[in-house]
Ligand binder design. Structure first.
Ligand code: GTP
Length: 336
């Protein structure tokens, strides 16, 4: 407590705010495991019986950014600073469909979650992306657009790998939502709007794999995502022009993960059912942290709203040469 107080005091004396915050939406269909994942990310452990989310709940993950040895008294110091990542866990239940855009406010990034044992939950992510892009407001938006026109970085997490591995692609986790969904699919009772080909994938390639119930996810990749959002919001003015996250050459997160395993392969590859799915989760879909010039300020960029006529240029693949194999985490890095 004393140490915290001293650090805080020093940071305040330096004239800089002691901490910052980024907001991350966590979305996906009801029952895919969003609440379980948020609990895992925030608390570091699994939750046995997650309550059904009513509207939205917010989990807060504390992290630091900067160099522990840096000087916090210098305006250009690279001292380690505190940041809070707000994880807005939005209920996937249809009953909140009409009002959930209330929660799409000043978003820095998005985590899309689907259930690896329920392929349809991946197809619907496209709709989630379009809904957020159309009705949300964004902080530090990208120059380029993501799926559905989403202007902020995102990652995709395929959850319930344990179920998918045990039962194959069409298995059920045993929870009521999944059982009901499977039954409805089998009966052919889905409304026409639901008749999306199961082969449709989102975002096409890549993504992370998790089993929240077994407390397994790629912690390193998720933390890199958070740090990247912090950097974009608070340190963007220090990025060199050639940096892929600068306004001139921006790249959405998912372009970096094109070398990752495609979850569609996970669905198709029967050999995975008996093996360990995590070994295929080769790596964080994010660029390695670079040695950035120390920030002159921690004051955030002004949030920018996406207006109706906001047009988003197509993705740019430039900067993909930045990716190299040394930036990938190994199986051992995954928090199991
Ligand atoms: N087998 C298995 N079950 C999981 C996993 N993650 C979550 N579950 C279960 O799936 C069910 C739904 O999990 P939640 O975390 O509540 O799902 P959600 O996406 O937040 O659901 P909504 O609140 O309705 O949007 C619960 O019974 C969880 O225990 C997993 O990795 N493996």
């Amino acid at each position: 407590m004393f140490r915290w107080g001293r650090e805080r005091e020093t940071k305040e004396q330096s004239g800089l705010p002691p901490c910052g915050q980024v907001r991350v939406l966590v979305v996906g269909d009801s029952g895919v495991g969003k609440t379980s994942l948020v609990h895992l990310i925030v608390k570091g452990s699994s939750i046995a019986r997650p309550p059904q989310t009513i509207g939205c709940t917010v989990g807060v993950k504390h992290t630091t950014y900067g160099s522990p040895g840096g000087s916090s008294s210098s305006i250009n110091g690279d001292a380690e600073r505190d940041f809070f990542v707000e994880l807005w866990d939005v209920s996937g239940h249809d009953r909140y469909k009409d009002c959930r855009s209330l929660f799409y406010s000043q978003i820095n990034g998005v985590i899309f979650v689907h259930d690896l044992s329920q392929r349809r939950t991946k197809s619907t992510l496209q709709r989630w992306a379009s809904e957020i892009a159309a009705t949300g407001t964004f902080s530090a938006p990208l120059g380029n657009g993501g799926p559905g026109g989403l202007p902020v970085p995102y990652i995709v997490i395929g959850n319930k790998a344990d179920v998918a591995a045990k039962e194959g692609t069409r298995g059920s986790s045993g929870n009521l939502v999944d059982v009901a969904r499977q039954w409805v699919e089998k009966q052919g009772l889905l409304p026409s709007s639901e008749e999306i080909p199961l082969t449709e994938s989102f975002p096409g390639n890549g993504g992370l794999i998790a089993a929240a119930k077994e407390a397994r996810y790629d912690k390193e990749a998720v933390m890199k995502f958070f740090r990247m959002l912090i950097r974009r919001r608070y340190f963007a003015d220090e990025l060199p022009a050639s940096n892929p996250w600068s306004t001139s050459v921006q790249r959405p997160v998912h372009h970096v993960d094109e070398n990752l395993i495609d979850e569609d392969q996970f669905y198709k590859n029967t050999s995975l059912r008996s093996g360990d799915p995590y070994k295929y989760n080769t790596l964080p879909p994010l660029p390695a942290q670079r040695n950035l010039t120390p920030p002159p300020t921690l004051y955030p960029q002004q949030p920018v709203s996406v207006s109706e006529n906001y047009t988003l240029p197509r993705f740019s693949l430039s900067g993909s040469q930045e990716i190299n194999s040394s930036t990938r985490s190994k199986r051992a890095d995954i928090n199991v």
